[in-house]
Design a protein around this ligand. Structure first.
Ligand SMILES: [Zn+2]
Length: 71
């Protein structure tokens, strides 16, 4: 269930070093855990999004939102 460790390369700069997942949370069940990740700069916490047209990752190198279809 936890897919945050998968390696993603940025389609723009090619780096996988500073790719962090964007986490969409509707429930508050794991909220504290993800808050900790966000504080450490290892994830971005987004709100409840029902659309499938949302970026899954963020490249901190070139500040690019990455959609799954970009890969
Ligand atoms: Zn990049």
């Amino acid at each position: 269930m936890n897919k945050t460790s998968e390696k993603v390369n940025c389609p723009q700069c090619g780096s996988s070093e500073k790719i962090i997942p964007i986490i969409y949370r509707c429930s508050t069940a794991d909220y504290e855990r993800y808050r900790e990740l966000e504080k450490k700069g290892e994830a971005i916490l987004a709100g409840c999004v029902l659309s499938v047209e949302v970026p899954k990752w963020f490249c901190k190198t070139c500040r690019l939102n990455i959609w799954e279809s970009d890969l």
